[in-house]
Design a protein around this ligand. Structure first.
Ligand SMILES: Cc1ncc(COP(=O)(O)O)c(C=O)c1O
Length: 496
């Protein structure tokens, strides 16, 4: 079967057109000599089904790779000695099974599913193990705050009637005004900027990323990072380039290199209490990073969701560069995860772009949590809760120092954040430690679960000190960790 039809040759001869005569032979020879993926079909079943199974098998074994183009249907039909209709049905069947995707005008490709971040792994644990995995706010006055706010609202018929229906896209004007008062005390500059309500921090991240990036664009993150940004990037078809970190966070020289080579659209950064490494980026490092982003015309997505006492926060990146920074935060850590209330502060010139992204993902937010939050703020309860959280977390960090002090770097400033990052002594592998700890009665996370690039990080664990219900539980968990560290890793047999 010729790939360039014989009529092409006749017309070329009639016209005495040497170029097209040559071309006829060149194209046919070129295409015919190119090898194509040609499976062996199982002849006990319908041929199109056999082709779909052969495709599935080839993807499983790696002989067809994600993103690889499949042979043109006519060529595969010739190679397999079947009709073109059989190949079409086989491709359609494989497409139906989610293995292939047809791109209009381009051909059929192995679906580039990538491996979605699995969320987190849960190790096999003993039933009453102390959970120090997820960063939940420690239980304190939140429950009573919520009860009071709900009771107050339940008795205010007019207020309830005002917020029972759809809110406008940007929230009720009254809520915006009340919330703006609270924002005045936060580490953000509002001149030349605006804000949007979101349904939590993760929603803020994906609304921002979807607004600023298109499929094929790149974003830059720390080499160990909160996996929510990876999920958002993967969902948008955006590549992620990791940058090495040192004790102060992202390393400017390494960042400069990535910015120059990959021309990313966005830098995602958590300068306060980086998740998972708990690093607090000093002001000078923040300034260096902002300067690099300006030089390379890259926008910054600053994530300030994790709780840290206000007094321990240096100026935010948004305060240093409000014209190129989107600042995302939420009340999941400052109140509780059920609030699903967050916000993004955005330069005015990008406001409409973000607004469209928000509209596409949720149209509008829920007014109830906003109503509660504004009431708490006006009655001084938000400030009181912030102070309580800072004191509670400092007390918990003191306990951690007491139990794990010999394994932790010395520090003068008692941390107020939720997590503790503990590099493991020599000989430990992160996953081994996590599994042993789970069996011994403490659930913690392995640094490996936060990595972006192919290089495994130094073995370390992240302990969420805020998660145990009280100090007794926390001490129980810390004691397990200390015992394992003191025992040390099991000795491996030397390889022969
Ligand atoms: C750094 C960081 N950003 C964002 C989020 C998600 O925030 P939210 O729960 O408000 O969606 C988390 C949650 O743990 C986080 O650690």
């Amino acid at each position: 079967m010729l790939n360039v039809p014989i009529q092409y040759l006749f017309i070329a001869i009639l016209n005495g057109d040497k170029y097209h005569i040559l071309n006829f032979f060149r194209l046919n020879i070129f295409i015919v000599t190119m090898t194509i993926w040609t499976p062996t079909l199982d002849n006990t079943r319908a041929k199109y089904k056999a082709l779909a199974s052969a495709i599935a098998e080839a993807i499983k074994t790696g002989s067809l790779k994600p993103g690889e183009k499949l042979p043109p249907q006519r060529r595969l039909a010739d190679a397999l000695n079947v009709t073109i209709g059989t190949v079409t049905r086989g491709y359609l069947e494989a497409e139906r099974q989610g293995l292939l995707e047809a791109r209009v005008g381009s051909g059929t490709y192995v679906k580039n599913t990538g491996k979605p971040h699995s969320g987190f792994r849960a190790p096999a644990a003993n039933a009453d193990a102390v959970d120090m995995m997820a960063a939940f706010a420690p239980p304190g006055p939140q429950l009573e705050m919520l009860q009071r706010a709900m009771q107050g609202l339940a008795q205010d018929h007019d207020r309830l009637a005002r917020i029972i229906d759809y809110a406008p896209e940007l929230g009720h004007q009254e809520h915006r005004l009340r919330f703006a008062h609270w924002l005045d005390g936060e580490p953000v500059v509002m001149a030349g900027c605006n804000f949007l309500f979101t349904q939590g921090g993760q929603h803020g991240i994906s609304v921002s990323l979807n607004a600023l990036c298109r499929e094929g664009d790149a974003v830059v993150t720390d080499a160990l990072v909160f996996p929510g940004i990876l999920a958002a990037a993967q969902n948008r078809g955006v590549k992620v380039h990791p940058v090495e970190m040192d004790e102060q966070g992202m390393v400017p020289d390494k960042l400069a290199h990535i910015l120059a080579y990959h021309s990313p659209k966005l830098l995602y950064l958590t300068p306060n209490h980086q998740n998972p490494t708990c690093r607090q980026m000093p002001l000078a490092r923040r300034e260096q990073i902002v300067a690099l982003c300006r030089q390379h015309k890259v926008m910054i997505l600053e994530d300030d969701v994790q709780f840290v006492a206000r007094s321990q926060k240096p100026p935010s990146l948004q305060q240093l560069a409000p014209d190129i920074t989107l600042y995302v935060s939420s009340f999941s850590k400052r109140f509780s995860g059920a609030m699903r209330l967050g916000f993004v502060v955005v330069p005015e010139c990008l406001f409409d772009t973000l607004r469209l992204s928000l509209r596409a993902s949720s149209w509008t937010g829920a007014p109830l949590p906003l109503e509660w939050f504004c009431t708490w703020f006006e009655e001084g309860e938000v400030k009181a809760l912030d102070n309580w959280l800072a004191m509670e977390m400092q007390a918990r960090h003191r306990l951690a120092q007491e139990y794990l002090g010999t394994f932790l770097a010395a520090t003068d400033d008692i941390d107020s954040s939720f997590n503790l990052y503990l590099p493991l002594p020599d000989g430990w592998l992160g996953h081994e430690f996590v599994e042993k700890a789970a069996k011994a009665g403490a659930l913690v996370r392995n640094s490996d679960e936060y990595r972006v690039g192919p290089r495994p990080p130094e073995p370390a664990i992240r302990l969420c000190l805020s998660r145990p219900a009280n100090n007794t539980e926390l001490v129980k968990g810390l004691a397990v960790i200390r015992r394992l560290l003191e025992e040390g890793p099991e000795l491996r047999e030397a390889a022969l």
